[in-house]
Design a protein around this ligand. Sequence first.
Ligand code: PEP
Length: 262
Amino acid sequence: HHPERSTVWVGPAGHRVPIGPETFTFIAGPCAVETPGQTLEAAQMAQAAGATVLRGGAFKPRTSPYAFQGLGLEGLKILAETREATGMPVVTEVVDARDVPIVCEYADMLQIGTRNMANFGLLQAAGEAGTPVLLKRGMTATIEEWLMAAEYIAQRGNLDVVLCERGIRTFEPATRNTLDISAVPIVQATSHLPIIVDPSHAAGRKDLVVPLARAGIAAGADGVIVDVHPDPESALCDGPQALVGSDLRDLAAAVRRIPPLV
Ligand code: PEP
């Protein structure tokens, strides 16, 4: 039913940002919301480098139950304040179907993470909510399983779904996951949905984030999402993959070099 590739619009009137084939969308922000100051500083760093959408986790799905789980509602409020201060629409993860209404109250886009890609109740709740969804690929999911997960959202009436390739599990231990660049053109040939890449969560190490982002750009991704932190050493979550100002400038230069669409 969708011969043309779709554009998904994120954010309130006056601050709406497109994600789709007509543009390249740069999304950045802290892995986890920690404090108002840290979130605002990360957002300003991201915005100065050209990012137009703010990411930030309030509900963190951590491998260890003893690791920082996010600030929850307080984190959502910080994100909303940061949107107020910067004008950047907010994407944040929801990990439980019961939290979908409250996350929709504070955020412009729901993120469904790799660990919940096949949580069908959550996908259906996000479909019913109608807020745009950023659907990450399950780290052990095939492309077809991922597209079927998107169908669970679409089936409930929400076609505003953006796919995010964030790396899959392979035998290679040098990176946390392997960014499957081939997923970008395969998805674009099979689906009308926009697709972006997340080199931060794929690699788990900051030295690979800019090269992998460039690879995503070269493969034709519709955008990139990266972690940023004003002081990665003190980060409560995924500090080793967080970019700082100078890395962001390299990434911004790579984004600027994208040839204009013809
Ligand atoms: C995230 O983006 O904060 C995150 C946890 O990503 P993923 O689900 O890809 O691990």
